[in-house]
Design a protein around this ligand. Structure first.
Ligand code: GAP
Length: 449
């Protein structure tokens, strides 16, 4: 367990406008969240860093954006209609629902709360299978023929486009298709803030390989994804790879490794990397009648195997907040600081006039802000005493603050303050843009133990 609690993360997220409960004025919507300004900026950064590593910096992966509502037969072929279920029990007394396989982690609705089934009043039903897909109706008719589903994963939209991409993007295995987008699951027990929600943004990549190379590529992607977290500053001591035993693996998988993070709830899945074999392409070939295979030179012809790294922005978002959250006492005052990697931090720099009523300082600070915002998300702040403005920037994880003060008016230099070390130095105001560029490109390691 870490000493950073989920309550502290929820409280900071709310206090600083990263994330708040959805539909709050109507009493919320059970484990559904809205993202405020800094949350949106941070999510954008996570998404684009993933996309950069998976698509932009590679020759062998292309992008896709498929629909959320697909032909319902897709979900029959994929096995989701028949098998995307969790075992559910109802309590006839407290009217709550629990996952039958997680009763030991659930709380009964009676007070003092115990585990479901532990009090004399508990009256649990037998377990039944509950499908996690959200059903909807498409078109004006409301009958069986119009039933459709909100996608519970982005992956199937990739498989059904395999032939299109193979032809139009002129690819041959090994190659991948990457997609980012919302997925929906009617989780029985959502919770732990954003860790398990009903609506989340998945980032998935399906990598199609010759069957004989599948094991090698599976190992490659487990390592590549693990290293991505290290690159963006997540502490190695908080990450681990955990390979599933045979009994734990999904029906389609011949190998799965979870990249786990030590969340405040304990070691839990951050990202999964699976060797899905030829399950998906074979299923869609059989159900659609369209052959999804690779036909090469001569008599080369095979159904590629698929290696899939899959993660949600939400799980990365929480892991990075937990990893960055720090509290310390500086000059006898408490400081809460988010030690985020500068590439992940929502705001890259703050520009602060020391005395907000001083017109000359404001003018110089505004000028610097106008200059820097052309390339980066930066923030001008003249609200309140300077110490409080620093604290505010610390709490949203802004790595650098440039302060315009009396000396600036004499020699056109500003102070730059480093969020992590609190070191300060002076720079010519004309050199700030280049300095920031260089500082943001430097490798970064957290000072957190
Ligand atoms: N296409 C494979 C697939 O969807 P999964 O393990 O069910 O596999 C992949 O999900 C990833 O999606 C997980 O590792 C996790 O990062 C994220 N995820 C799954 N369910 C989630 C939920 N209810 N809330 C937030 N993230 C979720």
């Amino acid at each position: 367990m870490t000493d950073v609690t989920m309550d502290k993360i929820v409280s900071l997220s709310r206090r600083r406008g990263f994330v708040f409960p959805s539909s709050e004025i109507y009493g919320g919507m059970g484990s559904t969240y809205d993202y405020g300004h800094y949350g949106v900026l941070m999510k954008n950064n996570i998404r684009s860093l993933w996309f950069r590593a998976m698509v932009q910096e590679r020759d062998d992966i292309v992008a896709l954006d498929s629909a959320i509502i697909l032909n319902p037969r897709v979900w029959e072929a994929s096995g989701h209609v028949g098998g995307f279920t969790d075992p559910l029990v109802d309590c006839r007394t407290c009217k709550l629902r629990f996952r039958a396989d997680q009763l030991d982690q659930s709380s009964c609705g009676r007070k003092p709360s115990k585990r479901p089934g532990e009090t004399a009043d508990c009256d649990l039903t037998d377990a039944r299978q509950f499908n996690l897909m959200f059903k909807t109706q498409v078109g004006a008719l409301e009958d069986e023929s119009s039933t459709a589903y909100l996608r519970p994963e982005t992956a199937q939209g990739i498989f059904v486009n395999f032939k299109n991409v193979l032809q139009l993007a002129r690819r041959k295995p090994p190659f991948g298709i990457a997609q980012v987008g919302k997925s929906f699951r009617n989780e029985i027990t959502p919770g732990n803030f954003l860790f398990r929600v009903r609506e989340f943004e998945q980032m998935e990549m399906e990598f199609f390989v010759p069957p004989a190379d599948a094991e090698r590529w599976y190992r490659y992607w487990v390592d590549a994804r693990f290293d991505w977290y290290l690159k963006y500053g997540v502490r190695e001591s908080m990450l681990r790879k955990r390979e599933h035993g045979e009994e734990e693996r999904s029906h389609y998988s011949s190998g799965t490794t979870d990249i786990e993070y030590l969340y405040p709830i304990g070691w839990s899945e951050l990202e999964g990397v699976a060797n899905r074999g030829d399950f998906d392409l074979t299923q869609h070939t059989q159900h659609s009648g369209t052959k999804l295979e690779f036909v090469g030179e001569g008599d080369e012809r095979y159904t590629p195997y698929v290696i899939e790294p899959a993660v949600s922005i939400e799980r990365i978002f929480v892991a990075m907040l937990v990893d960055g959250y720090d509290e310390e006492v500086v000059a006898e005052r408490d400081r809460t600081v988010l030690r985020l990697h500068p590439a992940v931090a929502p705001v890259k720099a703050a520009i602060l006039p020391l005395i907000p009523k001083n017109g000359e300082m404001v003018e110089k600070a505004r000028g610097l802000h106008e200059d820097l915002r052309k390339k980066h998300v930066v923030e001008y702040d003249d609200g309140g005493q300077i110490g409080r403005r620093y604290r505010r920037q610390d709490e949203i994880g802004t790595p650098f603050a440039f302060t315009v003060d009396d000396q600036t008016l004499e020699d056109d230099t500003v102070t730059v303050r480093d969020r992590d070390s609190l070191a300060q130095e002076r720079l010519p105001i004309g050199g700030v843009a280049a300095w920031l560029e260089e500082a943001l490109a430097r490798p970064w390691r957290t000072p957190k133990a």
